[in-house]
Design a protein. Structure first.
Length: 139
């Protein structure tokens, strides 16, 4: 089954995503105010982590000829809306946010930078997702 074939890659992506978001938040709020983080601060620790045996399947999927795996990861996270890519190689963390699905009108919680998870969060029978925010979406 297709899902079984991708299960390890999904698990590996979730792990590296948590670490990458944590790293972006750490550097962004290093001075107790949000500052953009240059990719040169993020690439070395992410690349060292990705070289580990645990992330082998994910590395094979993320191989690009002109980029390291860490650069590909930052591009992917930016494309998914987990981090914001700015000009000149800078990144910013994004806050948790709710997105309404067009057909079902359910709200989905995206991006949990604190790394704290709950399996499913439901508020007013319409809010689903992972994280701890958006519980006050009664407006």
């Amino acid at each position: 089954m297709l899902i079984d074939a991708w299960e390890n890659i999904i698990i590996q992506f979730r792990q590296i995503k948590r670490h990458a978001l944590s790293l972006v938040h750490f550097y962004a709020f290093e001075d107790y105010k949000m500052n953009p983080v240059h990719f040169q601060r993020l690439i070395p620790p992410l690349q060292r982590l990705l070289k580990g045996r645990f992330f082998e399947d994910l590395r094979n999927v993320m191989k690009e000829e002109d980029q390291t795996e860490a650069q590909s990861l930052l591009e992917l996270l930016s494309g998914l809306g987990e981090i914001l890519k700015l000009a000149n190689g800078y990144y910013l963390p994004l806050p948790p946010r709710c997105v309404e699905l067009p057909v079902s009108k359910s709200l989905v919680v995206l991006s949990n930078p604190e790394g704290k998870e709950r399996q499913v969060l439901r508020v007013r029978q319409r809010l689903y997702g992972r994280g701890q925010s958006c519980s006050n979406v009664d407006d």
